[in-house]
Design a protein around this ligand. Structure first.
Ligand code: FES
Length: 297
């Protein structure tokens, strides 16, 4: 069993989907249709018991209590719990509050099975690290400490200089591969700026990502000039070959797939960008040939 998950959402379809997807991946999944019921379930379980929960995935808007207040109560009960927030269109305020509560990640609605299982894996890892951090009386895991030290070096390089946030985020993303909530919080603390400001910048610029990427990131342009030249067919071919959808990462973490709106190279339409390489005038068959080169590399 990979871990105990509690999913809290007032939409039965979300509960059923999570049960099915995570159950098939080896998680033990419990569900609750409202936060009060979930609190009863959590009260009955202790972190030490085999039915203690590792991850709580909760919706933001629910009857009786919102997701932020619910997570606040969970934090008081068990600081090692991994919390994941399901969001539709969250306000900046709710994002700020969720980040302050130390959520592992957001789960945007609607979400695909791969995105859900990816978040669950990270949440289990987060729980494991947090538990070992507590067990070692305040000393973090070696990898975690090393990463924090590298982030601090980046922060110190720019701290106090005007416009420091963007270069710090860029270098941090190069280092970590993406900008999860924990990294955003670390940067906010280091630069002494509100975490909501960091999140605002990360979500505004398309070159920042809060989701992990594969070793090769493929971007297919679906802007008008590319769309009329069969870009959607190219995207479909790549999805079929890689067995992933937009926003997902292959199981071996080699590829991730994104669609974008105009890469500023309309004269080369249709355009596919892999990492930093731009491929222009691509047809669906050539797209697979391009992919093959990276598969073999
Ligand atoms: S529309 Fe695809 S590059 Fe501009």
């Amino acid at each position: 069993m990979k871990g105990n998950v509690l999913v809290v959402d007032d939409e039965p379809i979300v509960l059923k989907s999570c049960e099915r997807i995570l159950g098939a991946e080896g998680y033990s999944v419990s569900v609750a249709a409202d936060p009060l019921k979930a609190l009863e379930m959590l009260e009955a379980a202790t972190p030490e018991a085999k039915d203690g929960y590792d991850i709580v995935i909760t919706d933001l808007k629910m009857p009786g209590m919102n997701g932020i207040d619910f997570m606040r109560k969970l934090r008081e009960k068990d600081p090692t719990l991994s919390l994941v927030l399901i969001t539709g269109y969250p306000s900046q305020e709710s994002i700020r509050d969720a980040l302050a509560l130390g959520i592992v990640d957001y789960l945007p609605k609607p979400f695909s099975p791969a995105i859900l299982t990816g978040v669950a894996e990270r949440a289990i890892e987060f729980k494991r690290r947090r538990a070992s951090h507590d067990a070692s009386a305040g000393g973090g895991g070696h990898d975690e400490d090393e990463m924090a030290a590298k982030l601090d070096t980046i922060i110190q390089k720019y701290k106090g200089k005007p416009g420091s946030l963007i270069p710090v985020l860029q270098e941090s993303q190069e280092l970590v591969g993406y900008l999860p909530p924990a990294v955003q919080r670390h940067i906010a603390r280091g630069l002494n700026v509100p975490v909501s400001e960091v999140h605002g910048v990360v979500s505004f610029y398309s070159f920042f990502t809060m989701k992990p990427k594969g070793r090769h990131n493929i971007r297919v342009c679906l802007g008008t000039a590319c769309y009329v030249k069969r870009a959607e067919e190219i995207l479909q071919k790549l999805k079929d070959r890689l067995h992933i959808d937009i926003g997902e990462v292959t199981k071996d973490r080699k590829f991730s797939l994104e669609s974008v709106r105009c890469l500023g190279a309309c004269g080369l339409a249709p355009v596919v960008v892999v990492d930093k390489d731009t491929h222009g005038s691509v047809n669906p068959v050539q797209a697979l040939d391009i992919l093959k080169k990276y598969e073999e590399s």
